[in-house]
Design a binder for this molecule. Structure first.
Ligand code: SF4
Ligand code: SF4
Length: 554
């Protein structure tokens, strides 16, 4: 096993990366190895799917399979060897079918089909032991001795960004939204990685191209969310429990939240959001359900404590899942790409087991003291008051915007983001998104001319909203996004954050502050490139970073 795809990876003077028998996230070595093998098999699909698409024969099954299968390999998603083995076998069978499709399309076009090798010719071993031997040859560090750590680091930057794009694609697909451009981008990237690229310039360009694909994907997901559930609107949300039977829905998949709300309609069960599901409470079609009563808990890393205390079933619709404690293992369910050995997995159609569990469990015995926060400041809401915002900036009432967004995590150093938000001057506005906000979203920040100082844009994919807002403001001020009085302070944890980071770079956004630490897969040379080309910097202290941001913009 070797894995260094997330911020939580094991770090030591001897080198960074989870190795040995288990990762810091609880992922077993066997699971990690099988996931490497699954990625290898997916590259083979990419090789043929790209060529078939180029000949006018795109494959719908590949378009559905790639995002789902790669999603299972993100941090804190799927820990089930059985499920990963099944996906490897499915991948090989699908690759064979797409190969035939490509060869037929080539013959029809009067071309000789290419004879492809590497992942295109992969055949999974018949048993686990054999698969583990195969995995050893395709680890994320494969080839490092010959091509060097910079090349391997860049390959993995692209791979991890690709995983993030796949997660967003999967969420959009759940609501029936597809885009050929996105599927072509996924297949092209897999095919590119299958070629074991080693030219630094080519790899950097590919990373930026993937960032552009991710922008298109986030745009698609935004259309899927708003097209299905309406435009998010400012909403006062209860964050303390009410008396009654209860179900907790965590993860990012709003479609699952909708399905659970339907399955519990008129059954006397209250539904709560958790973690990245919180923004669901701002969508008109979701908040219209009276039994969607509020949000319970904070970011993912607190789940063992919070789920233990929650008196009902919990449903994990996507990341971030950590090992279920025995005290709630019997009442947690997984959906879609998520899996944990021995935890009941729902098929996404039948929710009766969750409903029965909610009715059988005690629920909350009484109302907790009411506490509320306001969410739902996505692009339309903020741009709806654009005139006020622009007037505020012109008059000096709004001196600066800070986007404090991204993931949360358990590692020390993340208090930086709480302290940063609390120390922002009163004449500045905070935009936030992702689960990192749980560190500061219950604070009192006040408002400037009727505009709340803390604007919660939503999930991490709502970086799209942030980009639309920033672009509109830049247009209004006749300047570039980099010239706006705006600083980006990003907390990263896993691979969706990598995808968003690449998007920002592809759009030419500079001077991003990243934390709490730089990614382990970025070598010192690669970090130098990011610093020189894009002004990327690591966080220091809130005081120094706020002062530097305000000075730079002055
Ligand atoms: S996902 Fe993160 S914590 Fe888990 S094994 Fe990989 S690097 Fe380690
Ligand atoms: S924003 Fe990132 S860290 Fe937070 S729940 Fe989502 S995937 Fe996990």
């Amino acid at each position: 096993m070797f894995c260094y795809q997330c911020e939580q990876t094991y770090r030591s003077d001897a080198g960074d990366g989870c190795a040995g028998s288990k990762g810091m996230c609880g992922k077993e070595a066997t699971t990690s190895d099988l996931q490497d093998l699954l990625i290898y098999a997916l590259k083979g699909i990419g090789q043929y799917a790209r060529r078939a698409r180029a000949l006018g024969a795109p494959d719908a099954e590949a378009a559905a399979f790639i995002p789902h299968a790669l999603f299972t390999t993100l941090t804190n998603v799927n820990f089930s060897n059985t499920r990963i083995v099944d996906l490897i076998q499915q991948a090989a069978a699908l690759r064979d079918r797409i190969k035939a499709r490509y060869e037929e399309a080539a013959q029809k076009a009067g071309q000789t089909p290419e004879a492809l090798s590497g992942p295109a010719a992969f055949h999974p071993a018949a048993d686990m032991e054999g698969m583990q031997k195969q995995a050893a040859a395709v680890s994320v560090l494969a080839g490092q001795d010959s091509v060097g750590a910079d090349v391997v680091g860049l390959r993995n930057l692209i791979l991890y960004g690709l995983k993030g794009v796949c997660a967003y694609t999967y969420h959009a697909q759940a609501m029936g939204y597809e885009k050929d451009e996105v599927h072509a981008g996924l297949e092209n990237t897999l095919d590119f990685l299958a070629s074991d690229p080693s030219d630094i310039g080519t790899l950097l360009n590919e990373a930026l191209e993937l960032g552009a694909v991710n922008f298109s994907t986030m745009e698609l997901l935004d259309a899927a969310n708003t097209g299905t559930f309406g435009t998010p609107e400012p909403t006062s949300v209860r964050v303390t429990p009410v008396k009654g039977k209860a179900i907790l829905v965590s993860g990012h998949e709003f479609k699952d939240l909708l399905n659970i709300l339907e399955a519990t309609r008129d059954k006397g069960i209250n539904v709560y959001t958790h973690g990245e599901m919180l923004p669901g409470l701002a969508y008109p079609k979701l908040k219209a359900y009276p039994h969607l009563v509020g949000n319970y808990g904070g970011a993912w890393q607190e789940q063992q404590k919070e789920f233990t205390e929650f008196p009902g079933p919990i449903v994990m619709t996507s990341n971030c899942m950590i090992e279920p404690h025995a005290r709630y293992r019997q009442r947690i369910f997984t959906l879609g790409p998520v899996g944990w050995p021995g935890v009941r997995h729902l098929d996404g159609k039948d929710y009766s087991a969750v409903v029965q569990a909610a009715l059988a469990l005690p629920g909350f015995k009484e109302d907790a003291p009411e506490q509320r926060i306001t969410i739902g400041f996505a692009r339309d809401t903020v741009l709806g008051v654009a005139d006020q915002v622009i007037a505020g900036v012109k008059s000096g009432a709004i001196r600066h915007f800070f986007l404090i967004g991204g993931c949360d995590g358990a590692a020390p150093g993340r208090n930086y983001y709480t302290d940063f938000a609390e120390q922002t001057p009163q004449d500045t506005v905070i935009l936030t998104l992702g689960c990192g906000k749980f560190r500061f979203n219950k604070g009192e920040y006040g408002s400037i001319g009727g505009i709340p100082r803390l604007l919660d844009l939503g999930q991490c994919s709502d970086a799209y909203s942030a980009i639309v807002i920033a672009t509109a403001l830049a247009k209004a001020f006749n300047c570039s996004v980099n010239e706006l009085p705006l600083s980006l302070v990003i907390s990263w944890f896993e691979q969706k954050a990598v995808a968003v980071f690449l998007t920002l770079l592809s759009l030419g956004v500079k001077n991003i502050r990243l934390g709490p630490t730089m990614a382990a897969f970025l070598t010192p040379n690669l970090i130098d490139v990011l610093v020189e080309k894009f002004g990327v910097q690591t966080i220091s202290t809130p005081e120094a970073d706020i002062a530097a941001s305000l000075k730079l913009a002055a």
